[in-house]
Design a protein around this ligand. Sequence first.
Ligand SMILES: [Mg+2]
Length: 234
Amino acid sequence: MTHRAEPRGSTRAPSEWNGAGVVLFDIDGTLVSLGGLGRRALARAMTEEWGIEAPLDGVSLSGSTDGALARAVGGDRPRAGVWRRYLTYLSALAPGHGAPLPGVTALLDALTGGGARLGLLTGNLSGSARIKLEHVGLWRRFDVGLSAFAEDDEDRGEMAARAVERALGAPVVIVGDSLADVRAARHVGAPVLITATGVETEESLRLTAPDLLVSDLTDTARLSQWLLARLSAG
Ligand SMILES: [Mg+2]
């Protein structure tokens, strides 16, 4: 049997890095909504570990990072115990028992079908990101090696910078639901699509001047085309 070189452009499994653009998704309010369960789990962990009553009352979690929240509430107190309890309480979210926000699954399908790679840019710890996304059956859609989590930085802009580094020069576009997502995208010069499916109102989000603002992610054809066009323009 003679050896034949594989012709260029043949169909084969994508390599780990193929230069294709990366769509980075925020989690809370963008991919999933947990009806306050995450907030209650974190508050309970902070109270039990740090002895602070009602630690998150009056604190906005929208677009925040778990590290920044821990600093705002607990200052320099050790965090390992809080994170351990938080992940334990969060595991009440059984894998496969929830649903993504409307349009999300179809949009991810369309982006993958269009050749994009999918990563996460989230203020969640990698552990809470995994629990939340396994709950809705989406965890395996995302490449952890292209993602940035709370472990990377307390500042979402710096987290975005880490994710851009991990894209190794491939174009990046960001999808989120908050002012903090817009700021992070501006920090790294990436286009940003904002969906008003989190706690911030469409009117307040409009003032942040995202590149595209939508009320939800259900217009699969339009949104996938817009995102893929941003990647090919990069
Ligand atoms: Mg969010």
